[in-house]
Design a protein around this ligand. Sequence first.
Ligand SMILES: Cc1cc2nc3c(=O)[nH]c(=O)nc-3n(C[C@H](O)[C@H](O)[C@H](O)COP(=O)(O)O)c2cc1C
Length: 187
Amino acid sequence: MDRKYNVAVIVGSLRKGSYSRMMAHAASRLAPQSLGLNIVEIADLPLYNEDLDGANPPPAWVAFRQAVRKSDALLFVTPEYNRSVPAPLKNAIDVGSRPYGQSVFGGKPGAIISLSPGAIGAFGANHHLRQSLVFLDVPMLQQPEAYIGNAAGLFDEAGNLKNDGTKDFLQKYLQAFSVWIGKHAPA
Ligand SMILES: Cc1cc2nc3c(=O)[nH]c(=O)nc-3n(C[C@H](O)[C@H](O)[C@H](O)COP(=O)(O)O)c2cc1C
């Protein structure tokens, strides 16, 4: 292994029993050795307001920006709210993208795992999020795509994935992401 990449994992749900958070932890356990997955929390980020983004921005923004800046790559694990990106995740994107010209995201390879208890795997959130990340110059993993449906049945009580098919898919997905990072991560 040439290099171990620090992957900032951003989870789009704030609730305690979140399937997205369970999926992020499962991904961390199943990731290849080349990836170190670390959740960067977004729950305490004040709503983005340019008036606050002067010489002394809110400490939670500063900490978030620092954590993302020092990462090599970005993994978003998110549900869908009303066919789009949950507000806390969109807020985190906005906070990290500013002040203008100082985005912490630019050039970092990214990937999205979207999931839902419904059947279509949060496809709408996945692609709305891609729209923002294209603008923010994040090279996004194209294939495989990860739209995970029926999420409520995937985990046991300890939060572990129950079926081998999903584990196998996740492992392959993360391996592909590792190759993608190797190609696109800044030196
Ligand atoms: C405000 C709101 C809007 C939602 N909209 C959608 C939706 O558009 N599509 C969908 O599949 N599920 C939708 N859901 C259901 C979520 O997928 C479900 O609550 C899921 O468990 C949230 O992810 P989490 O388990 O990571 O918290 C919505 C839930 C909330 C609270």
